[in-house]
Design a protein around this ligand. Structure first.
Ligand SMILES: C[S@@+](CC[C@H](N)C(=O)[O-])C[C@H]1O[C@@H](n2cnc3c(N)ncnc32)[C@H](O)[C@@H]1O
Length: 231
């Protein structure tokens, strides 16, 4: 009888796919906007790329929250949780840095594409239905806006007055028309007591396939707000 071989090393388990990680060019701009901040939260943490900010901000305590266990487990410092119910006390953070879902075609909830190739959607990349409170299944519309109004109120609760809020967001084209998702988020945050301090538009590589590919908005916004007053 042959003896079974003991492994010389552990093989890494393949990382779960994720359709919408921060691109590196955005991180540099975010780090510039967050200089001097001590406690930074990403309530829509995804793969935990926000922790890369420690490269430029080595003294900052960074936290991230992600609702899907597979994605939360990618980075050991990510907390499995819900952006609508953050497990920190009022005013704990002096900065938020985040990229919510954009309300675009990535929200399509079909699990299996007809070709068998996984689409660049949250549901297809995760490989199962999303958590019921995952905004990754919300197309642009009232439910999307209501969800983010609640999420930004909860983020404001956890932020100190004078705190920074760095938002990465993008418009998209639907039925040949531009959907002004960015303006909506700016209006929502301003109504909650934030003021825009800086708005950078950064060119990012666009997907070269899918519906409307010829008419994609060619940049993403990175916007720095400051919380002037907690209403
Ligand atoms: C645009 S992605 C962020 C990706 C992240 N910036 C990265 O680099 O990996 C938005 C993330 O928010 C998560 N999410 C959606 N709804 C959530 C909720 N209610 N609470 C926490 N996370 C949520 C999604 O699962 C998704 O991973």
């Amino acid at each position: 009888m042959s003896e079974s071989l003991s492994p010389l090393f552990e093989l890494d388990a393949p990382l779960p796919n994720h359709p919408a990680k921060y691109t590196d060019a955005l991180l540099v701009e975010m780090a510039t906007m967050l200089r001097g901040r001590q406690r930074i939260l990403d309530p829509f943490g995804g793969t935990g790329k926000v922790f890369a900010l420690n490269h430029w901000l080595p003294d900052a305590q960074i936290e991230a929250v992600e609702i899907e266990a597979e994605w939360a487990s990618i980075h050991p410092r990510t907390t499995l949780g819900n952006a609508l119910h953050l497990p920190w006390e009022d005013g704990y953070f002096d900065a938020i840095c985040t990229s919510p879902t954009y309300g675009n075609r990535m929200a399509d909830a079909t699990l299996n594409s007809p070709t068998g190739n996984a689409w660049q959607t949250y549901t297809c990349q995760l490989g199962r239905q999303l958590h019921p409170e995952n905004s990754g299944q919300l197309n642009w519309g009232k439910k999307y806006r209501d969800f983010h109004h609640r999420a930004w109120k909860e983020a404001r609760r956890a932020l100190v007055e004078g705190g920074a809020f760095v938002l990465n967001i993008k418009d998209h084209i639907r039925d040949k028309r531009r959907v002004y998702v960015t303006d909506w988020h700016i209006g929502c945050l301003c109504a909650l007591g934030f003021r825009v301090r800086k708005h950078e538009m950064i060119e990012t590589p666009s997907l070269k396939y899918g519906q409307n590919h010829e008419a994609r908005v060619p940049y993403e916004s990175v916007i720095l707000f400051e919380l002037e007053h907690k209403a």
